[in-house]
Design a protein around this ligand. Sequence first.
Ligand SMILES: Cc1ncc(C[n+]2csc(CCOP(=O)(O)OP(=O)(O)O)c2C)c(N)n1
Ligand code: SF4
Length: 486
Amino acid sequence: MDEYQVIESKSPVFYEKYERKSELQHQTHYCPGCGHGVVHKLIAEAIADMGTQDRSIFVSPVGCSVVAYYYFDMGNVQAAHGRPPAVATALKRSNPESMVIAYQGDGDLAAIGTAEIIHAANRGEKITVFFVNNAIYGMTGGQMAPTTLVGQISTTSPWGRRPSNEGYPLHMAELLATLEAPVYIERVALTDNKNIMKARKAVRKALDLQREGAGFTFVEILSPCPTIWNMTPQEARKWIEEKMLAVFPLGVYRDRKLAPVADAVPQISVSKLLGLEAPQEVVAAPVAAKGPHADLRVNIAGFGGQGVLLLGQILAEMGMRESREVSWLPSYGPEMRSGSAHCYVCLFNERVGAPLAEHPDVLVAMNEISLHKFGKLVGAHGSILYNSDKLPPGLPAMEAHIYCIPAAEIADKLGTTKATNMVMLGALLELTHTMPRETAFAVLKAKVRNAKLLEVDCLAIDAGMECLRKQLAEMHVPAGELAPCH
Ligand SMILES: Cc1ncc(C[n+]2csc(CCOP(=O)(O)OP(=O)(O)O)c2C)c(N)n1
Ligand code: SF4
């Protein structure tokens, strides 16, 4: 038996560590026996073997796989429900060299996103779509999908799907194969090892064709959802075999290379179009980006429930009251349980062109994860306000200066931890002198009905200002000046 060696390793295309609560880091967020994990693995291994990780972009859907970006260490964009093919189109057209993957469930692709997939396929976009068909809406608790089988019970077809009322299952592979443009369409299933190996081959073939610039490629994967189907993982695989295969026959529905189209419009990369031969280094905002009239870009990040988005809103509303051009761009995880949340706020003198503040002047990091994740994106001339009395051990060196503000502690002493975000707001106002505290008070007055809470919030802002002021004084920095980097 010596000739066998068991090798267990994670594809380098996956992040080493999944960004989850520490007690959950050993597992993915998928249910045991879910097919998404298997499909992720097949894609990651294919990309690793092809050596295209650095130019691959994964477009995740809305559905159970919405946080696929937690796993794939490559370009990631999360599209609105059903829109991955449209987003993938834009990505591929503006970066023809990239490998763009749209990943979608059956609710995402075959219900709300029917138009997007059909038109992307019909245009022959040179992207790869992986369509995970589990015959149900998984994430939202088991509503009927367009692919739900006749007679299959779901929360919205409690007597079983009836063609007379709900129509017949949609066969996406067959439907797309009626179009001229697609070059490769195959349906595979995650039933047993043999079929998983076929799925592996199909995933690789689709990506290979994209690498060659062949055209639109599509792989439908029949995939188990044991949780919603109320089955064990083994029963779920058997159910695909016994029920789904009869409705969704496996096989290759299209496999051809198109002759080049005579009137094909050459696709030019965005950087080339703009005359930027090489990607430009992002330059952090100069130290001068401070004071009442300076443009300011802020990223506020933490867990849901820490008032991250609200802090951004208050800042943006303050900006409006001060006649600044403002934007507030929230981003929060779709998961309900203490997911991460952040928002970008831009306070400009001119109209805000792009509301992103990936390299902000100030990062307000409400927790350690945010400090790790976003801290390195703040340039040497920027500053970080960190919600703690000390830096976490093992923090990698960062270019920006980090101020530790024990905001939760300060807020606690004032009567409620809820005011933690207001302490941070105070520190931010003192650091940047971008707007007067009175404007913050006015905004709060309009927003907070509870008089006691309003009083605590105002005290918290002052306490945050005082805390930062002391630190600047210790560093001999005049009020209103951003501290030099360490
Ligand atoms: C515009 C919009 N409509 C509806 C929803 C609610 N929603 C979230 S996930 C989902 C269905 C997901 O099912 P599917 O695509 O089959 O993926 P699965 O969870 O099974 O992997 C729906 C309807 C939403 N988030 N956004
Ligand atoms: S609900 Fe279904 S599709 Fe969603 S993670 Fe669980 S098994 Fe997978």
